[in-house]
Design a protein around this ligand. Sequence first.
Ligand SMILES: [Zn+2]
Ligand SMILES: [Zn+2]
Length: 159
Amino acid sequence: MILELEPIFNNIGQKLDFEYQLSLPELSLLKKPVNVKGSVFNRAGVVHFNAVASCEAAAPCDRCAEMTEKHFDVPVEHVLVTALNNEENDELILLSDMRFETDALIREDIILALPSSYLCREDCKGVCQYCGKNLNHGSCSCQAPADPRLAVLRQLLDE
Ligand SMILES: [Zn+2]
Ligand SMILES: [Zn+2]
C-alpha cells in the first residue's frame, strides 16, 4: 500500500490510520493474505510507523506432519526518516520521498518473525521411527533397541 506521508512529516501530532490485505503467495506457510493494520504518526517531530500483521498459517508439522493451523501477530514498528545523520539503527527506515510503499517492509518483518521450525505444538513427540505412528496420539509397542554397551554388560553379568 502507498501512504502519502507529507502531511504527517509536516505536522506534529498528525496521524494516519490504515488497514489492508497483503497477499504474499511466495510464503507457502500462509494460507491467506495477511491483514495489516496500523498507523503512522508524528510524535514530537519523530515519525513512527506502527502496525500489526495478522498471519494465518497452515502447514504440516515439521516433526509429525499433521496439518496445523496457527495464528501469528507480527509487530512492524519503525521510525521513518527522510535523511540519515550517521545513525546506525535497524529501526530507522530511510524514505526517498514522502510516498511510502509499505509492502516490502512488512514482508521483510514477517519473514524475520516466522518460526524456523513449524511445530503443531512445542513438545510435539513426532512419529515413531519404526512403525510411523504419531506419538502425540499415544505410544506404540515398538521397543527402542537396547544400548549395545548395556547389552555387553548384561551378557557379562549373565555368564
Ligand atoms: Zn507435530
Ligand atoms: Zn512404533
